[in-house]
Write a protein that binds this ligand. Structure first.
Ligand code: PAD
Ligand code: ZN
Length: 374
């Protein structure tokens, strides 16, 4: 392609400071170095995790280009790249899979040691490919999909089926896979069981889809925002409740509703209080509770250890427990075969330049997933 080996000038949403709107800027994107790939992003979703950085509950280096739920096409590759070529459709992976580290080699591990959860903001060689107005701009989770072009390490990319509609399968890069996997891989929901899902955003609804496909017979959705109930029921929730409607703790409400029989609970909000509420809501002996919501950085939980002593299992997962490079192409193929309905998660489609409006839709509670198109 004509742009290979050259710096590309393009539009990106830069977050210059905490708690400020994203600014659409012209940035420079350097060509990929060895074992790196430059991608033209076609579509990207807005996820709750992006907002955690804006609010400072998750650490990142500033200025930063957020976005980690995208899909695009390879523009050019650096030396030594063997798994993708220009023109391939790909999904950036915020959870890489280097296939060499102890975690990748463990059959059950998926949090590759090359993941950037500490907010280094650079690629594997320790530098950034982005500049804006003469300043270095940092990467986010090795993906930075809120940019027309982005550069990733090869281990952070999954090649997907040529037939995949990028404006839908971008959700497989985060929200859908995270929630669905939390139910079927991490929680291991069993047929006939009762599940409680705290938080009915895009990830929570994907947890519900996973519980339903695993054969759960009751799936209770919990959210403060009742406007989420209709969508939750459309994807498989059998009942929905708001904690605002009760004076007693939500764990007691759920226990009464189910004759104390919630086998699986999921926290899909990212709050300490609801993590403990979700734990207390599953059965005291055979219940399993899964933390899916990203916890605020530098915080500590206080809980009654009897909640665990009586036999409950408390687990967490990143990216739904999937091994990203191996599993994302398979999830895309299953989607193409009609196994999943991603349309139910998409409430809004906006042009990329309206990204701030997309975040406003998230804040006002009107959206499940907003897809931004380049
Ligand atoms: P979202 O903001 O779309 O949804 C969160 C939902 O929680 C909203 O519907 C809120 O109304 C609801 N809510 C907020 N506070 C409460 C409360 N106190 N009680 C009940 N409901 C409440 O976010 P999302 O679905 O995009 O993401 C959800 C979480 O999952 C978030 O913390 C995000 O960072 C995390 C996440 N984790 C991973 C992972 O790999 N573990 C990946 C992607 C997202
Ligand atoms: Zn996400």
């Amino acid at each position: 392609m004509g742009t290979a080996g050259k710096v590309i000038k393009c539009k990106a949403a830069v977050l210059w400071e905490l708690n400020k709107p994203l600014c659409i800027e012209e940035i420079e994107v350097a060509p990929p170095k060895a074992k790196e790939v430059r991608i033209k992003i076609i579509a990207t979703g807005i996820c709750g995790t992006d907002d955690h950085v804006i609010k400072g509950v998750m650490v990142a280096k500033f200025p930063v280009i957020l976005g980690h739920e995208g899909a695009g096409v390879v523009e050019s590759i650096g030396d030594g790249v063997t798994t993708v070529k220009p023109g391939d459709k790909v999904i950036p992976l915020f959870l890489p899979q280097c296939r060499e580290c102890k975690v990748c080699l463990n059959p059950y591990g998926n949090a590759c040691i090359k993941s950037d959860f500490t907010g280094r903001g650079v690629l594997a060689d320790g530098t950034s490919r982005f500049t804006c107005k003469g300043k270095t701009v940092y990467h986010f989770l090795g993906t930075s999909t809120f940019s027309e072009y982005t550069v990733l390490d090869e281990f952070s990319i999954a090649k997907i089926d040529d037939a995949a509609p990028l404006e839908k399968v971008c959700l497989i890069g985060c929200g859908f896979s995270t929630g669905y996997g939390a139910a079927i891989k991490t929680g291991k929901v069993t047929p006939g069981s009762t599940c409680a899902v705290f938080g009915l955003g895009g990830v929570g609804l994907s947890v519900i889809m996973g519980c339903k496909s695993a054969g759960a017979s009751r799936i209770i959705g919990i959210d403060l925002n009742k406007s989420k109930f209709e969508k939750a029921k459309a994807v498989g929730a059998t009942e929905c409740i708001s904690p605002k409607d009760f004076t007693k703790p939500i764990s007691e409400v759920l226990s009464e509703m189910t004759d104390n029989n919630v086998s699986y609970s999921f926290e899909v909000i990212g709050r300490l209080d609801t993590m403990v509420d979700a734990l207390a809501s599953c059965h005291e002996n055979y219940g399993t509770s899964v933390v899916v919501g990203a916890p605020p950085s530098d915080t500590k939980l206080t809980y009654d250890p009897f909640l665990l002593f009586s036999g409950r299992t408390w687990k967490g997962c990143v990216f739904g427990g999937w091994k990203s490079r191996d599993d994302v192409p398979k999830i895309v193929t299953d989607f193409l075969k009609g196994k999943y309905d991603l349309d139910q998660l998409i409430t809004h489609v906006l042009p990329f330049k309206k990204i701030q409006d997309g975040f406003e839709l998230l804040y006002s509670g009107q959206s499940i997933r907003v897809i931004l198109m380049f």
